[in-house]
Design a protein around this ligand. Structure first.
Ligand SMILES: [Cu+2]
Length: 497
C-alpha cells in the first residue's frame, strides 16, 4: 500500500512539529444535484456505472456495514462519514478527475418529497415497484447490485407511494444557530434530518448497506455541507469542535482515530486540507457560482416552478426571476433567513434563531490554527492505492437477510401532520414524521434521546405556525410558484407595466 501524496505531505509537516495543514492538489466542487448541467450529470452516471462494475459499490457498502454500530449514535458520526465520502470521491476521481459528489438539499423538498425532481428518471429514479420494490427508472446498474447478495436496488416510500413530511429548512437553520458544540449539533442533525431520509425511502436505504443507493451519498454530502456551514458560522467556536463521545461512551477529540481508516478526527475537520479534497458551492465566490449555474438556468429553468398558464406570456421576465430563485434555493437554510428575520415575533427569534440578525460572514482567514498536538504520523486508510482503476479487495461475507422494518413509531402515538386548532399561515408547516422503533434499534440510538429530539421539533413547528410564519418551502412547488407570482408582480409594478 502506498500513502497518497497528501498524507505523505501531512506526515512530513506533523513530524517536523509544524502546526500546518496539507493543502489538496485539487479540490472537488460539490454542488446541489439540480444545479449540475446535463453533461455533468451524464459524467456522474458514467463514473458510478464504471465504479460499480469494478466492485466499489459493494466495497463501500461493506465498509459501512462492518462499522455500522461504531459510527452512528455518537460523535464519530460526522467525521467518519466525511472521511468515507472523501474516500469514495477520491476513488471516483480516478475514473474521471472532474467528478464531485453532488449534494441533495433534501429540506428544499421537505413538504412533498415524492414529487422531488431528484426522485425521477432524470436523476436517481423514484419509488420501487411491485412485486419486489425494485427501482426501475434509476441507474441501470441498480438492477444488479451484489452486496450483501445479488439483488435489485429497492425503495419503498413510507406513505403508500408518497413520503411523509420531512424536516424543514427552518429546522436546520435553527440547529445551525443554536448548537454550540459537537455533542449538541450531532444529535440534532443525526436524529432528525439524517434518519428521516433513510425512513422515507426505505428499501436498501434502511439497511446497513445503504451506500448501495446513491441517495445515501448525496444525502450525506448534504449533511456534511450542513456541518461545514456550522463550522464556518462561527469558526472560533465550531471549526475544530470534536468534543463528545464514541460508541463506548469514551470522550473523543481531534487526536481520536476513526474506525476502519485509523486516521485522526483532526484530519477530517478542514475541507480542502489533509486529503479532504472537496468544498461546497456555498464557499465559492458569487462570480464562480454564477458561471457554474448558467448552463442549468438556460436549459432547465422551467423544471421546478414552471412558467406556463398565466405566467406564460411573461416568459422573458419570468426567466430572469426564476434564475434568481434557483440561485437562492440552491441552499435552502440560507433562503429562509430573510423570511424569518422579518416574519416572527422577537421572543421566537430569541428562542429558535438567536443569531438571525447577525450577518457576519467568515472566510478561510478566520479559521483558527489546528489545536491538535503533533503526533507521530497518520496510519494508512483502507484504500490508499491511487495507481489505477482496479477493483477493491474482496469484501468479507455478512448476513444478507434484509431487516424487516416495522412501522411502530418511536413516539408510541399516531403521527399527526397538522396540529388542530392553530390558525397558521396559508401553507402551514407540517410536523415531521417521527423515527420508527426499527430505526432506533438498528442504529443503537437512545430512545429517550430520539423522543426528546422529536418533542423539540414538534414544539418548533407549533411555534412557527402560531406565529403565522410562512415558509417559502411549506407548500412545495405550489408556494414557490406563488412567491414567484408576487415577485413578478413587484417587478411589473416597478417597471410601470
Ligand atoms: Cu452511515
Amino acid at each position: 500500500m502506498k500513502l497518497s501524496s497528501g498524507l505523505v505531505a501531512l506526515a512530513a509537516l506533523v513530524g517536523a512539529g509544524v502546526n500546518a495543514q496539507a493543502v489538496c492538489p485539487s479540490v472537488a466542487l460539490r454542488r446541489e444535484v439540480r444545479s449540475l448541467s446535463p453533461a455533468d450529470w451524464a459524467m456522474t452516471v458514467d463514473v458510478l456505472t464504471r465504479m460499480n462494475a469494478n466492485g466499489w459499490t459493494q466495497w463501500f457498502s461493506s465498509l459501512h456495514q462492518q462499522n455500522f454500530m461504531l459510527i452512528h449514535g455518537n460523535e464519530i458520526f460526522f467525521p467518519f462519514h466525511r472521511r468515507l465520502l472523501a474516500d469514495f470521491e477520491s476513488v471516483a476521481r480516478r475514473f474521471n478527475p472532474r467528478f464531485a459528489i453532488p449534494y441533495w438539499d433534501v429540506t428544499r423538498d421537505y413538504a412533498n418529497m415524492a414529487a422531488s425532481a431528484v426522485l425521477s428518471s432524470r436523476y436517481i429514479g423514484g419509488n420501487g415497484v411491485a412485486p419486489n420494490n425494485c427501482v426501475v427508472n434509476g441507474f441501470p446498474f441498480n438492477a444488479n447490485l451484489t452486496y450483501p447478495n445479488r439483488h435489485c436496488l429497492q425503495r419503498q416510500f413510507n406513505n403508500n407511494g408518497q413520503i411523509y413530511t420531512m424536516y424543514s429548512p427552518e429546522h436546520v437553520l435553527s440547529v445551525l444557530q443554536k448548537a454550540t458544540n459537537m455533542a449538541t449539533f450531532r444529535p440534532k442533525i443525526e436524529l432528525s434530518l439524517h434518519g428521516s431520509l433513510h425512513i422515507s425511502l426505505s428499501g436498501d436505504m434502511i439497511q446497513k448497506w445503504s451506500p448501495n443507493d446513491f441517495a445515501f451519498w448525496m444525502h450525506h454530502a448534504n449533511l456534511d455541507r450542513v456541518w461545514f456551514v456550522w463550522q464556518m458560522r462561527n469558526p472560533a467556536q465550531n471549526f475544530w469542535a470534536a468534543d463528545g463521545k464514541d460508541s463506548q461512551g469514551k470522550p473523543i477529540g481531534l487526536s481520536t482515530r476513526l474506525p476502519a481508516y485509523n486516521t485522526l478526527i483532526g484530519d477530517t475537520m478542514y475541507p480542502g486540507r489533509n486529503g479532504m479534497c472537496f468544498t461546497y458551492d456555498d464557499y465559492v465566490s458569487p462570480a464562480t457560482k454564477r458561471r457554474s449555474l448558467e448552463p442549468r438556468n438556460r436549459k432547465c429553468r422551467h423544471r421546478d416552478g414552471g412558467s406556463g398558464g398565466i405566467l406564460g406570456p411573461l416568459k422573458g421576465l419570468v426567466d430572469g426571476v426564476l434564475a434568481d430563485v434557483n440561485d437562492i434555493v440552491g441552499n435552502s437554510e440560507q433562503a429562509v433567513v430573510g423570511a424569518i428575520a422579518t416574519g416572527m415575533p422577537a421572543h421566537l427569534h430569541d428562542k429558535w434563531f438567536p443569531n438571525i440578525n447577525n450577518t457576519a460572514t467568515y472566510t478561510a482567514n478566520d479559521i483558527p490554527p489546528n489545536p491538535l498536538p503533533p503526533v507521530a504520523g497518520p496510519a494508512a486508510a483502507p484504500d490508499t492505492d491511487t495507481s489505477g482503476l482496479q477493483a477493491p479487495p474482496a469484501v468479507p461475507p455478512c448476513a444478507s437477510e434484509m431487516d424487516k422494518p416495522n412501522d411502530t413509531l418511536a413516539t408510541d402515538e399516531p403521527y399527526v401532520m397538522f396540529d388542530a386548532g392553530v390558525a397558521g399561515p396559508k401553507y402551514p408547516m407540517a410536523n415531521p414524521y417521527p423515527f420508527t422503533k426499527h430505526l432506533i434499534k438498528m442504529h443503537g440510538y437512545s430512545e429517550a434521546e430520539v423522543k426528546a429530539a422529536y418533542a423539540e421539533s414538534l414544539e418548533f413547528t407549533r411555534d412557527m405556525n402560531a406565529a403565522k410564519y410562512q415558509s417559502p418551502f411549506a407548500g412545495g412547488v405550489a408556494s414557490l410558484i406563488s412567491n414567484l407570482g408576487n415577485t413578478v408582480g413587484n417587478v411589473l409594478d416597478s417597471a410601470g407595466l
